[in-house]
Design a protein around this ligand. Structure first.
Ligand code: GLY
Length: 309
């Protein structure tokens, strides 16, 4: 049994571990961990207080995948609900579908009685206004929205929370939740709710979850690529490095920022990150009283970035 998570799961990881210690499933543990993160107003990249789109609306994306049977559920561009990860779980459990977006996700969340919330905080509103003021000299009020999104590209979007758990039965679950790219074009969906891009779990081989610029993870099918490499017998670090090399070949229009968290079927885990700061992730085993902080794989091992294609 164990649970790993992105640094911003610190507030919720032990709650997830307690679920496992009490005999709960990996799915329960991942959901519980991410629900705690979604409730924190201080994290501008997830749930309550997530930074809004260019119109000032907070649009949330989330997904969950059960490695026992490859069942998955996801929501994208969901507005007005506190726990997109729980809505994603109910999509997995109640519908023959995997992904609900926008109005459909909203309708479903309403039908299952999901908790409503005003997600835009004062800080989120002020941050958007400040950014728009800063570019008002280059983009006029009457210009199309996409021009404003382009003007704000210099602001580095960040965040997203993910967790991967293994329960007493050896079953793996991954979950990802995010408010996505800050000040994005309305309706923009990142990798987090896309199974195979930002999230993938298969009990037989392992799991992977991504944070960072979703467009990169989508274009290389990052999470599924890692698990597919594990299925061929590749070492975890090797699989992560090779998938990261694929990401480094992309032309994104913004600097690549990508973190891939992964776990093998044998319980080995690692983070591969483009972050120049000392990237780390969290991990907790039964009996731990607080999350362990573990360093990412050394980026130097990746060598120079290959030529862009
Ligand atoms: N990785 C989160 C996003 O790009 O939306």
């Amino acid at each position: 049994m164990l649970i790993i998570g992105s640094p911003n799961t610190e507030c919720g990881l032990m709650a997830g571990l307690r679920v496992l210690e009490c005999g709960g499933s990996a799915v329960d543990a991942v959901e519980q961990t991410l629900r705690v993160v979604e409730e924190q107003a201080g994290d501008g990249s997830v749930g309550l207080g997530g930074l809004p789109n260019i119109l000032g609306q907070v649009e949330l994306d989330a997904s969950i995948m059960d490695g026992r049977n490859l069942a998955a559920g996801a929501v994208a561009a969901l507005q007005g609900f506190l726990h997109p990860i729980s809505v994603a779980r109910r999509v997995m459990e109640l519908l023959p579908h995997v992904l609900l977006v926008g109005q459909g996700a909203f309708l479903f969340a309403q039908e299952i009685g999901a908790e409503r919330a005003e997600l835009l905080t004062e800080r989120g509103r002020e941050e958007l206004e400040m950014r728009l003021r800063a570019v008002s000299g280059t983009v006029a009020e009457n210009e199309p929205l996409y021009r404003r999104v382009q003007a704000l590209l210099g602001f580095r979007p960040g965040g997203t929370a993910c967790a991967i758990a293994v329960d007493a039965g050896g079953h793996i679950c991954t979950g990802v939740t995010t408010s996505g790219w800050a000040f994005k074009y309305p309706g923009r969906v990142g990798d987090s709710p896309l199974i195979g891009a930002g999230n993938y779990a298969d009990d037989r081989y392992g799991a992977a979850a991504c944070t960072g610029i979703g467009e990169a993870a989508i274009r290389i099918g990052a999470a599924r690529s890692v698990v597919l490499r594990l299925s061929t017998g590749q070492r975890l670090d090797e699989a992560l490095w090779q998938v990261m090399q694929e990401a480094r070949r992309l032309k994104l229009g913004v600097p690549l920022h990508l973190n891939i968290y992964a776990l093998s079927e044998s319980g080995e885990h690692a983070l591969c990150s483009t972050s120049r700061e000392r990237a780390h992730y969290l991990c907790a085993y039964p009996g731990d009283r607080e999350p362990r902080r573990l360093p990412a794989l050394p980026l130097a091992a990746l060598g120079d970035a290959p030529a862009c294609t």
